[in-house]
Write a protein that binds this ligand. Structure first.
Ligand code: INI
Length: 157
């Protein structure tokens, strides 16, 4: 293994310009995810002045705003945070499916790393667990993934 050329991203966020795109729907959870993402960036060396927080109404609106942010050229990476919680109708599937497919398309088409800190849960308890309690904070994890991905892609360019 030691002779194998290995390329991987480091976790130093110094100088990185990032946007956190957050959906207001289920705000109780999403504000924790957004806070977790911003905290992770800061703790990995990013400057607060290089961070932007963009609020969209709901997950449905996330792909277009993320696309605009990616096209602006202002950000090295975009971290999407949101929460879709299953209800009694198929609404969940439409919103979750489109928002996640949409941000993935933005990333592939723009070349800007977009990471996914979006909860798709069956109930409120699962959302609580993943927004800063016993299962961690998915916003924090998505921010760390963004830092790693930016630093990886710079080596692949
Ligand atoms: N938006 C979410 O981000 N999460 C949800 O769980 C959700 N549910 O379940 O309805 C949701 N709906 C709103 C949607 O994203 C749009 O904002 C709305 O339809 C207006 O276009």
């Amino acid at each position: 293994m030691s002779n194998i050329k290995t390329i991987e991203g480091h976790l130093n966020a110094a100088g990185l310009k990032t946007a956190v795109v957050a959906s207001r729907f289920n705000h109780l959870f999403v504000e924790k995810l957004a806070g977790g993402a911003l905290d992770a960036l800061k703790r990995h060396g990013a400057d607060e002045n290089d961070q932007t927080l963009i609020w969209v109404p709901g997950g449905w609106e996330m792909p277009l705003a993320t696309q605009k942010a990616a096209q602006s050229g202002n950000y090295d990476a975009i971290i999407c945070v949101g929460a879709v919680i299953r209800g009694g109708t198929p609404h969940f599937d439409y919103v979750a499916g489109e928002m996640i497919k949409g941000i993935s398309t933005v990333s592939l088409q723009s070349g800007v790393p977009v990471t996914m800190g979006i909860l798709t849960t069956n109930n409120l308890e699962q959302a609580i667990e993943r927004s800063g309690t016993k299962m961690g904070n998915k916003g924090w994890e998505a921010a760390v993934a963004a830092v790693e991905q930016v630093n990886l892609l710079r080596q692949l360019a």
